[in-house]
Design a binder for this molecule. Structure first.
Ligand SMILES: Nc1ncnc2c1ncn2[C@@H]1O[C@H](COP(=O)(O)OP(=O)(O)OP(=O)(O)O)[C@@H](O)[C@H]1O
Length: 580
């Protein structure tokens, strides 16, 4: 129910347009009724051969209703779709507003296909809410009142027959269809989401599927889900056809009942014979308002299921929330962890336990350790993606929690192993870090990152497209682009999280040289499990299972003959770059 209240709340600002759409929809059906009644009356009168002038008003009426039906239909479609698309854009805005604070912590649990399905399909479904759920019953009610009153002018029993037909077709048939559909609407929504998830997953992993010869198996899985979806869609199509026939039958029945009653009244001299066809055909055509009603419960169910999925996400509690207090100004660009403990969720193992370190302004620190030891978790906390459970993180003399998240992120430049390159030009990818950067600054950053010459060698230089995920760039070029971004951002704090992971040894060392230059004048945290260049670091922290097991300088740690020594011995030692 909450989700329906949410949707209605979003529609409230457009109540004038909604009212107009409703009036236009009622007028369209009224014109249809008018056309049928006027035509039937005209035929009946014409059969009596009256003077042509007596028929003029009716002839004009037939022409008028014939035209007005088309005109009202046009404007009704225009206004109702305009309202629908306005509401859809509101939903999208609200959804993105709700989604943003959840990134990345709360979104990790969702598969990309599922998220995509919510963003696109679940939002799109809401276009049915006004067009197929709210408007049809209201228009039907107005038509019943209008034509019922018209019939009551001749005999109240006509109105009773019409009301009974409307009740059966407007409530009885939807009830039957709802019972027969047995939650098909909800299943359709979840099957579509499942199909999207499977397709997205398969596309992302297409290389692995091909390499392991599993493409056919995955395709079969998709086909099975697709078949289940098609089965549900066929069921809905059958029910839709059934509902149309039942409504048509009731329309005919009501028409016949009105006709029979009319004949009796004509025989009793209480009704003129020329009105007979008009009243019966008018009743028949008024059922046009009832055809969409049978599927209202089905659409409502789909809307609720999709809106529930949207609300589930945007009403989720963000992992980190900004405090109300005014943001302090850091006294200096230093960073300190004091006995910090953290885990990703209640009941999960500790990712960090009582970790302490301090990086003075413009100082540097490296955190090394085996895979899964908690290195990236340190970065996640510093960037305020997650909230730490115990201890204190201090930034420039104040608790990290005192700063708004954006304030912290504005001061940090990050180069990670998975630098995301957007499907745009090199220029646009660079400007992401500083949209105001001038051309000279752009070139300077690219030169310092050793990327400028490569960019110039491309046919369109800085305006060359790099493809989705930067597939036209090599691993080294991608990391250099990330370094150029950090240079452009010119942030006082630098975090390098496995920045050279996945690069060949020569490129790794070349990129590392650029990274070390980047460190100058910046407070730097390097996360790595490769130990080349560690002798340049002021302090090295060795993490194992979330705990600091060793700390000190490179040579001191080697002499300890402990964990670091083991890591060092297992790392292939490479000669300096000049010797390569
Ligand atoms: N989003 C998450 N939800 C739950 N647990 C997580 C999440 N991310 C990491 N972990 C767990 O936290 C622990 C520390 O992970 P972390 O990514 O910090 O290690 P790491 O040292 O950076 O590893 P790697 O070098 O492989 O990147 C691991 O046991 C990991 O399984």
């Amino acid at each position: 129910m909450k989700s329906m209240t949410w949707l209605i709340h979003l529609m409230r600002p457009y109540w004038r347009r909604i009212l107009l759409a409703l009036i236009l929809s009622t007028l369209t059906i009224t014109s249809h009724i008018g056309l049928m009644t006027a035509s039937a009356y005209l035929l009946a009168r014409a059969a009596l051969h009256p003077p042509i002038l007596d028929l003029m008003v009716t002839i004009v009426g037939v022409r008028f209703f014939g035209l007005s039906r088309a005109v009202f239909r046009y404007f009704e479609r225009y206004v109702s779709h305009d309202v629908t698309f306005r509401v859809l854009s509101q939903i999208r805005v609200k959804f993105y507003e709700g989604l943003e604070p959840l990134a990345p912590a709360r979104l990790f649990n969702l598969q990309s296909g599922d998220l995509f399905s919510r963003i696109v399909a679940d939002v799109e479904i809401q276009q049915n809410f006004f067009l197929r759920v709210i408007m049809p019953p209201m228009a039907a009610l107005l038509v019943l009142c209008g034509y019922g009153l018209f019939l009551a002018n001749y005999d109240l029993r006509f109105s009773v027959i019409l009301a009974a037909g409307f009740l059966l077709a407007g409530l009885g048939i939807p009830w039957i269809i709802r019972s027969l559909s047995q939650g098909a609407g909800r299943r359709l929504v979840s099957l579509k989401a499942e199909l999207n998830t499977q397709i997205a997953d398969s596309l992302l992993g297409i290389t692995e599927l091909l390499a392991y010869g599993q493409a056919r198996t995955q395709l079969n899985k998709i086909e099975r889900t697709n078949e289940k979806l098609a089965h549900q869609q066929r069921r809905i199509a059958r029910l839709s056809a059934l509902s149309s026939s039942l409504t048509g039958m009731l329309a005919n029945l009501s028409m016949w009942l009105i006709l029979v009653l009319g004949i009796v009244l004509v025989e009793q001299g209480k009704l003129s014979g020329v009105n007979l066809g008009m009243l019966a055909l008018g009743a028949f055509s008024s059922f046009e308002a009832l055809f969409p009603l049978a599927l209202v419960p089905h659409h409502l169910e789909q809307n609720r299921a999709a809106a529930d999925r949207l609300l589930e996400l945007i009403k989720a509690q963000p992992a980190v929330t900004d405090q109300e207090s005014v943001s302090p100004e850091p006294k200096e660009m230093s960073l300190a962890f004091q006995e910090v403990s953290f885990r990703y969720g209640e009941g999960e193992p500790w990712a960090l336990q009582r970790v302490s370190f301090r990086i003075p302004e413009q100082g540097n620190l490296a955190i090394v350790g085996a895979s899964g030891s908690g290195k990236t978790s340190v970065v996640n906390l510093l960037l305020r993606f997650w909230e730490y459970d115990e201890g204190k993180i201090d930034w420039g003399g104040y608790s990290l929690r005192d700063y708004p998240q954006q304030r912290i992120r504005d001061s940090i430049g990050v180069v990670t192993q998975r630098t995301h390159i957007f499907n745009a030009t090199i220029r646009e990818n660079l400007l992401l870090a500083n949209p105001e950067a001038r051309e000279e600054e752009l070139i300077q950053a690219a030169q310092k990152a050793n990327l400028h010459d490569f960019i110039l060698s491309l046919p369109k230089g800085y305006d060359s497209f790099v493809g989705e995920g930067g597939f036209k760039l090599s691993g080294g070029q991608r990391q250099r682009l990330a370094i150029a971004r950090v240079l452009l951002k010119n942030a006082p704090v630098l975090i390098l999280d496995e920045a050279v992971e996945g690069l060949d040894p020569i490129t790794e060392r070349a990129v590392m040289e650029e990274v070390y230059q980047l460190m100058e004048g910046r407070t730097t945290l390097i996360i790595t499990h490769r130990l080349s260049g560690m002798e340049k670091m002021n302090e090295i922290l060795v993490l194992d299972q979330g705990q600091v097991v060793e700390r000190g300088k490179h040579n001191e740690l080697l002499q300890l003959e402990g964990f670091y020594r083991k890591l060092w011995d297992n790392t292939v030692q490479r000669p300096p770059l000049e010797d390569v």
